[in-house]
Design a protein around this ligand. Structure first.
Ligand SMILES: *Cc1c(COP(=O)(O)O)cnc(C)c1O
Length: 389
């Protein structure tokens, strides 16, 4: 059993609430996705935010083993962590790097997006100076992000060509390796806006065809696009959530056998007998109307559990145990009156399966009123990660 990097003493991971990562299922998911994906397609694995809380290095290594071509993260520190773990695959940083980050990009060979002419000019000069000093690197790979309708990162599709031409023709120390765009809504049944974004991106590629500029990597599809928009695969896809066994929406295509990799578990440290009229938790949101038994769980909203009141449930002995009262930062209470043989030390599942019951990330989505991305990334670092399988 390993634990994550946030805890690294001899007592690592002994806390009685934890995130469990099923490494065998992760590998199985990669295999299933590979079998479902056209083999000529290049694949980039997005491992930002600790691979949505699963551990960036572990997921990146599984992607390497599954034959992926590229990795992507959001910050320089995330990229450096992968390099220091001896991950050699090309790494792309999404978003914008600042001028202060040029040096780290070059030192750790991290591809970045350059989306405007003035930054391209400054980065080109930076790489030129470095190559004059060390003669180690003559040029640095960059991608350009085309904003095709999300108004987030990148250059507008109808203003992009001058940036492409400038980097391709005027920046001899930058290697224009990739052109990318990103969908605002690829996973819902209505693909109207996704198709509009696709056609805007294609208009840039058509302009490119009229020029003598070639860009080897063209990519637009996240998991939603990979599953539902094969005409938007171009020659590389970027998936972040799919290999974790979680779908971005209820309606996108399914891959048989894919299953969530992450569970959240605890063991029961204390049981309490309530008398009629006893109140439970902050704010007195629950009062026992009859004698009952509750379990106190050593996990709360400070670990990323939704801050619910009398809503949601956990699994104990394969049975649903409803949350009673309002959850605290570090503790929550559940009704175990219907489980007479419940005992201290019994396993509790807060997300994942036990017996025939299953708590899906999507159930927590309802209770936390968010999206499954935030459920996965929301489990805090103070929950040790235990890798099994
Ligand atoms: C996070 C992200 C992805 C991955 O999205 P999934 O829906 O998790 O596959 C792909 N591309 C970009 C630009 C991203 O920011």
């Amino acid at each position: 059993m390993h634990t994550n990097k946030h805890v690294n003493n001899e007592f690592s991971g002994i806390r009685s609430a934890w995130v469990e990562i099923d490494h065998g299922q992760l590998i199985k998911n990669f295999t299933l996705i590979n079998a479902d994906t056209p083999s000529h397609l290049k694949k980039l694995c997005v491992v930002k935010d600790q691979a949505y809380g699963h551990g960036a290095v572990v997921v990146a290594q599984a992607a390497v083993d599954a034959g992926y071509d590229y990795l992507a993260v959001e910050t320089i520190d995330e990229a450096i962590e992968l390099r220091e773990a001896d991950i050699a695959l090309p790494i792309l940083i999404f978003g914008e790097v600042s001028d202060e980050e040029f040096s780290a990009c070059v030192a750790y060979k991290i591809t970045c997006c350059v989306n405007d002419i003035s930054k391209a000019k400054r980065f080109n000069e930076y790489v030129q100076q470095g190559s004059a000093e060390h003669t180690s690197q003559a040029f640095h790979p960059v991608h350009i992000e085309i904003d095709s309708g999300m108004s987030r990162w990148g250059v507008r599709w109808d203003e992009a060509f001058s940036v492409i031409e400038y980097i391709a023709n005027e920046c001899e120390h930058l290697y224009l390796e990739g052109l990318m765009s990103h969908f605002a809504m690829s996973d819902e049944a209505d693909k109207t806006y996704a198709n509009l974004q696709h056609s805007r991106f294609v208009s840039v590629l058509e302009a490119l065809e009229q020029s003598d500029i070639t860009i080897p990597l063209v990519h637009m599809s996240n998991t939603g696009g990979l599953l539902d928009l094969p005409h938007a695969h171009f020659n590389m896809i970027r998936s972040g959530i799919l290999h974790l066994g979680v779908y971005p929406s209820l309606v996108c295509k399914r891959i048989d056998g894919l299953a969530p990799v992450m569970s959240v578990k605890a063991s029961i440290p204390a049981l309490r007998q309530l008398h009629e009229g006893d109140c439970v938790g902050y704010g007195m949101h629950f009062t026992a109307s009859t004698p009952m038994q509750i379990a106190i769980l050593p996990i709360g909203y400070g670990d990323g559990y939704p801050r619910v009141r009398n809503e949601g449930y956990v699994l104990i002995h394969g049975q649903q145990c409803p949350v009673v009262g309002g959850n605290a930062m570090d503790a929550m209470m559940v009704d175990v009156s219907h489980i007479p043989d419940v005992a201290i030390g019994d396993e509790v599942v807060l997300m994942g399966g036990q017996g025939d019951e299953w708590i899906d990330p999507r159930d927590l989505v309802k209770w936390k009123k968010t999206v499954c991305y935030e459920i996965l990334t929301g489990w805090r670092a103070r929950l040790p990660r235990r890798y099994v399988g």
